[in-house]
Design a protein around this ligand. Sequence first.
Ligand code: AMP
Ligand code: GLY
Length: 432
Amino acid sequence: MRILIIGSGGREHALAAVIAKSKKATELFCIGHNAGIASLTTMVSIPLCDHNGIAEFAVQHAIEFAVIGPDEALVGGLADVLEAQGIPCFGPTKVASQLEGSKSYAKAFMVRNHIPTPSYEVFTDIVTAREHLSRSSFPLVVKADGLALGKGVVIAETIEEAEEALQAMMVEKVFASSGQTVVIEEFVSGPEVSLLVLSDGTHVKPLVSCMDHKRAFDGDQGPNTGGMGVIAPNPFYSEQVAAECMESIVLPTIAALKRDGSPFVGCLFFGLMLTSGGPVVIEYNCRFGDPEAEVALTLLEGDALEILLSCRNGTLDRVPVVSRKESACSVTLASGGYPVRYEKGKVITISDLPQNTTVYHGGTTYDEQGNLVTDGGRVLHVVGTGDTLAKAIHVAYKAVDAVTYEGKQYRRDIGKRALQEEEHGSSCIHNP
Ligand code: AMP
Ligand code: GLY
């Protein structure tokens, strides 16, 4: 089978790696640039926003299945364009992707379907939004409605901070049209869980639960990033919590999308917060998380291509989706200065990697001399696995030491909070 992967970050490297292992996969192509993915596929340079160009390539190369990674492509409707050309896709339609593409749409969807989520109001003009602030208590959360590279959420401790966020989004338009509409949301707290769920539109199969580390620096300090590391399984996501989330959040979401005439085919990412009042949805993403995919796919057993195909073909109920009973830890190696300003082109060396580790490339390329060099903010995702979380973390950090380049920046505390939870338990979670 001839497969096209769309997107070229760490998530797509993990997708390419598991798909390449399938006996069914005969030839792999990938849209984008990435030295790691280039070792597994033929890379093709077409801009991700050129949907017709991608469809034309897919038709010309007799692609039999396309796997779409990035949110912009899905929210922009790439799956619809490819399907219209007869190319079966893993990835939701433009309408189903609105759950990620518009926060106000997602919030209205949840309220309509009684899916627990923090209370909110939507504003399209700054005067009314400011009036709302003057009546609110703090902290509260200001969110740009559209896609904003994970930077469109401001937790405002004071009215001044909230007004500043409104000014930036609605007047200075730092997120362009994504900030024209703003959601102002109740602030909630509790451990967060990234839950990736595969769906064929009707059936659902969850992957291993993950814990992301979004802030740039140790101790959850510094700006938000695309993700500086992940561990799985998430110790806060006990069997009891999982059962509650399936019943009150996951199944109602998939059923409502189907009822609305936009069944979800692909990976739906639930950003959950386990509050003292029970689990709530903080956000939906219409795709695999990055770097959640790197750990969830590493731990996935069986033929990943068969599983992805069954989502497209409505037969997910017939395919086992089982995660290895192990732990995994992914540490993101970023460029010095990420996420603000960073240089590219630093030569990377990877010496002997310890056993039970995998390195997925995020932003890498080869320079004119043939050296592997940095080519983005998040450069590599170093994944370790082990039969305990402590071992997975240990081996991941050993592998981190095997990688060198100038300015290598990473967090030293990935998994620390999860380990504390494993050792001491937590009293802050709701018991259903
Ligand atoms: P999002 O992009 O919506 O996932 O938001 C990014 C991060 O902001 C989340 O992972 C949370 O840590 C935080 N966040 C978002 N919404 C809320 C909320 N209503 N209350 C508290 N924290 C939030
Ligand atoms: N790691 C969070 C995301 O992919 O949005």
